[in-house]
Design a binder for this molecule. Sequence first.
Ligand code: AMP
Length: 210
Amino acid sequence: MNLILLGAPGAGKGTQAEIICEKLNIPAISTGNMIREAMKNGTEMGQKAKSFVEGGNLVPDEVVIGIIKERLALEDCQKGFILDGFPRTVPQAEALDKMGVRIDRVIDIEVPDAKIEERLSGRRVCEKCGASYHVLYKPSAKGEQCAKCGGNLIIRKDDQPATIKERLKIYHEQTEPLRGYYGRTGKLVTVQGQEDIAETSRLTLAAVEA
Ligand code: AMP
């Protein structure tokens, strides 16, 4: 099963990708996590991406398309994958089509902007393993430390209030048109993102199996 998760930043794509990944035993591929990892390691790509990410902007299409092309060619993707955070623009979706990648289902997790702002401002991520938490909705069982690896929980630079507004603006301008793009293929299923993570994953898994 080859899946795409669409939705605004903070709609819960990452959390749902982790759940589907365990359930279907296919890798969850997050371009955001790959870019952050490259930034942490100071690679050439990471250095190029840094100012875009921290300013709440999208990294240029050719950079992310290159990352995805290499990742999808790896052995573990041959039995299926979940794309979380890619494509984010129409040219990225077109590039995926040009690569000859078959997509079975596109799940769009819909959440109102006001909720997104509340979610992103309360988000905490593990600086070591990248696991994501929320101070109210998904607190770590270990307080300020990651429940999975014990790493410190931090606020992402791009989760600062002004940057959140910029990311939402870019989402509406550049990513939302993908609803139309995939709507035309008949593969798009829209799920209303719920407060309750388990309820959202029930709806998401039903959409995967639909
Ligand atoms: P995310 O964790 O998915 O919210 O991604 C964090 C940041 O990485 C985004 O705000 C962008 O700057 C960058 N990024 C991740 N995926 C993409 C993509 N498909 N296209 C462009 N930029 C991306």
